[in-house]
Design a protein around this ligand. Structure first.
Ligand SMILES: Nc1ncnc2c1ncn2[C@@H]1O[C@H](COP(=O)(O)OP(=O)(O)OP(=O)(O)O)[C@@H](O)[C@H]1O
Length: 757
């Protein structure tokens, strides 16, 4: 038997031994789960037996309340620990099948013994709980594996730097507790393993990359000191992957201090949300909070206002010929994305301090209870030294008080008496019951009648006043849209004393027109919501400690500055690629967009190596860029991309043929990428009779393997086995070059372009 075979045998023995240990641990945890879950069941069954209910006096009510609360907390605690145990068992099951993926042998300086460190998705200790049989990939010592080739090596611990000598670095592929591959590796983490991982079929869910994290990615994952970490990485360089492993790392590193509730990820679209949803649970961690910027804006804008989404804005720009309206919209988008416009909004807010604030009448049955002039007068009667949000709060309290007075007066009015007649039987029954309970019924029938009428009137007026007061509490008396609109009035900027932006007159006229439509355009959405927040003094998200923004190049400086204000206690990780900026407001540099974020501890990491696509695809896509020469391909072979030029009527038949061929070659996820949603719908209608295809739209939240028709901008961040670009000649404008690049870089194994010109 060769040396290598003997070593493999030894390693295999160790794996069996560990798998057995893991199984024992699973068994004992399962027992524990049973106990906890039967406890929880018991608490639920006897919940009310153990609660002392007594509502006689205020003290008794308090006691009852605490007793219920205590019982509920007990239940919650059991359920929480059951959830934790379940997750632990799931992770151990995964660990049993594939206990580790790496090993390094390390001799610490000054120590005589050589330690073998095995690295897996979580730690596992021996029975005595003394020695690590497996180290968590996030443990300080595990970073040796990602950062160094054999030779001198060091790692950082909270206590300081440990130096030493690494004598072995080994990689494993283990499935069902059997070694399927074992490689002793050099500088980078084995080309062989990475080749295998990257050569697999695309997945509808992103996978974790812990076994093959590259050194430069590890720097992102383990970065602890920067308040603002900017990652500029080329397409397919692992930005999203690094972000997710970084979240897992932070949850491990700050266990007990940081939970998934304190981490938020902004992602490009709802489809992407579900695409990345399984990475953290696979690593035994709970998912972070996740949203899209649009979702967030809608939430802040409140239900009654409709905001245009970024995709509709894109559709307009991509489908509209260059006209003066188009030009003006582009200018408007560019201005409103900048910090100059934020300054204008800020100046306007200062201006409103002393005049110009607009309110809405508060009406009852279409007649004003309080007029907008009365509200304005009251608002400006407060001291101007008090901030706008505080004055709004004072005004709100005043309005509610006034409304309560008016409610009393209204009760006596004739219209109320008339409406009493239309009350339902149930309302009368309720009043009758109330009077009985209060023992107010006396022999004096006249008094009974008066009491009854009083209560019925109360029902009528409450029905009218309740929604009015609710609207007041949610600031419905402020005319936000009117005020925002006022900013675009002629001469307003002169009054604000701010420099007049270029082409302002055209921009303001267009804005005026847009704001009179039913929805607020996407370029106005952030400034508008920012303006609204500033008036209401809305609360910030102080519990979020780490904010991740993926596809950061698609955020304008205004949007980033807004986010920074909303998450004041948060460290930020921005991940982006200047070459994939698809919006008009996208910036030339992610770092430049982030310039509004003045952080002392700002760090930038650049990733230039692309892992997603085969070498021929990367070599092709980099030529689409003006400065693509710095992009390096990971060495994975594959077919050259093809370009097919056909007559118009042959386009769809040849694409169908191609799809069939790709299917025969074993590709499972095939995307036909179109420039716009409009083009996608047309293609889908032409193809769906001949092929089982699915049309992906902006509201689509998940995708399955198969053939998809998808607009280019929705394919952001995800990947497919093979990509077919439906019509390359559609990307004629220079500004569409990045969109085309983004579409082509979605391909893992094959890329085929079609054109009719
Ligand atoms: N170290 C790695 N080991 C294994 N796979 C990797 C590694 N780094 C990246 N990948 C794979 O490369 C592909 C691209 O990764 P990811 O989507 O994170 O890149 P990205 O930079 O966010 O891409 P894009 O900007 O183009 O959307 C994924 O399939 C990912 O699993």
């Amino acid at each position: 038997m060769s040396n290598e075979q003997m070593e493999k045998q030894e390693e295999q023995k160790r794996i069996y031994f560990i798998a057995e240990g893991i199984q024992q641990k699973i068994d004992s945890l399962s027992q524990h789960v049973k106990k906890v879950s039967s406890d929880a069941l018991e608490i639920r069954k006897t919940f009310w037996d153990d609660v002392r209910v007594n509502m006689d006096g205020p003290d008794d009510i308090d006691e009852t309340f605490f007793s219920i609360k205590q019982q509920a907390e007990l239940l919650l605690e059991r359920e929480r620990s059951q959830g934790q145990l379940d997750r632990q068992i799931k992770t151990l099951n995964r660990l049993k099948h594939s206990p580790y993926f790496g090993r390094v042998d390390f001799k610490e300086e000054g120590e005589s013994n050589l330690e073998s460190i095995y690295i897996g998705i979580t730690s596992f200790l021996d029975k005595e709980n003394e020695n690590f049989l497996i180290y968590d990939w996030r443990a300080p010592i595990s970073s040796l594996y990602y950062d160094y080739p054999p030779g001198e090596a060091r790692y950082t611990t909270p206590e300081g730097i440990i130096e030493g000598d690494m004598t072995l670095k080994r990689q494993f592929i283990i499935r069902n507790s059997e070694i399927e591959g074992m490689f002793d590796t050099g500088v980078t983490i084995g080309d062989q393993v990475l080749q295998e991982v990257l050569g697999n079929n695309a997945n509808t869910q992103m996978k974790s990359i812990v076994a093959t994290i590259q050194r430069e990615q590890n720097q992102i994952i383990r970065n602890e000191k920067s308040k603002l970490l900017i990652v500029q990485g080329v397409a397919g360089s692992g930005k999203t992957s690094a972000a997710l492993q970084r979240i897992a790392y932070l949850l491990y590193r700050y266990r007990g201090m940081l939970s998934s509730q304190n981490i938020m990820l902004f992602s490009p679209n709802p489809l992407f949300n579900s695409y990345v949803a399984t990475v953290l649970p696979e690593l035994g961690e709970e998912n972070m909070q996740q949203t899209t910027f649009q979702e967030y804006l809608n939430h802040r804008a409140g239900g009654s206002l409709k905001l245009e989404d970024p995709f509709s804005q894109l559709e307009y720009l991509l489908n509209t010929d260059e006209s003066s309206e188009y030009e003006n919209r582009v200018r408007s988008i560019q201005l409103k994305s900048n910090l100059q416009f934020k300054d204008i909004v800020d100046s306007y807010l200062r201006f409103l301090n002393t005049g110009g604030f607009l309110f809405k009448d508060i009406k009852l049955k279409n007649k004003p209870l309080l007029t907008k002039e009365q509200l304005s007068e009251k608002f400006y009667s407060f001291n101007t030294a008090i901030s706008i949000p505080n004055r709004i709060q004072l005004l709100q309290e005043w309005i509610v008080k006034e409304l309560k007075k008016r409610k009393k007066l209204e009760k006596r009015k004739d219209w109320v008496k008339e409406e009493i007649q239309f009350l339902e039987k149930e309302d009368y029954a309720e009043v009758f019951k109330k009077l009985q309970v209060e023992k107010r019924f006396s022999e004096d029938t006249f008094d009974d009648f008066a009491q009854e009428e009083e209560l019925l009137s109360e029902i009528v007026v409450t029905r009218y006043f309740k929604p009015i007061i609710k609207r007041v509490r949610s600031f419905g008396f402020i005319h936000y849209l009117g005020m925002y609109n006022q900013l675009f009035k002629e001469n307003m900027l002169n009054k604000l004393n701010v420099p007049i932006p270029e082409n302002w007159d055209d921009i303001r006229k267009l804005s005026f027109m847009q704001l009179n439509s039913l929805e607020i355009s996407y370029e106005d959405a952030t400034p508008f919501v920012y303006f609204k927040d500033k008036i209401e003094g809305r609360k910030t998200h102080s519990s979020i400690r780490h904010l991740f923004i993926d596809e950061a190049q698609d955020y304008s400086p205004f949007q980033l500055a807004y986010l920074k204000q909303l998450f004041p206690n948060s460290k930020m990780t921005l991940l982006g690629d200047i070459n994939q900026g698809i919006y008009m407001h996208s910036h030339e540099e992610v770092a430049m967009a982030a310039n509004g974020l003045e952080e002392e501890d700002k760090e930038m990491i650049v990733l230039t190596r692309s892992y997603r696509s085969t070498r021929p695809i990367v070599e092709f896509t980099k030529t689409l860029l003006k400065d693509g020469y710095h992009i390096e391909a990971f060495n994975r072979d594959g077919d050259e991309p093809t370009l097919t030029i056909v007559e118009k009527e042959q386009l769809i038949p040849s694409i169908i043929e191609r799809v069939k061929e790709l299917n025969r070659n074993g590709h499972e996820t095939i995307a036909i990428i179109c420039k716009t949603a409009k083009e996608s719908t047309e293609v889908y209608e032409k193809i769906s009779g001949d092929l089982p295809v699915r049309l992906m739209e902006k509201g689509t939240v998940t995708f399955e393997t198969g053939v998809l028709v998808i607009p280019s901008y929705l394919a952001k961040g995800i990947e497919f086995d093979a990509v077919i670009i439906h019509n390359t000649s559609a990307y004629g404008k220079d500004s569409e070059r990045r969109l085309f690049y983004t579409a082509c870089t979605r391909a893992m194994h094959e890329l085929h372009l079609y054109s009719t010109e």
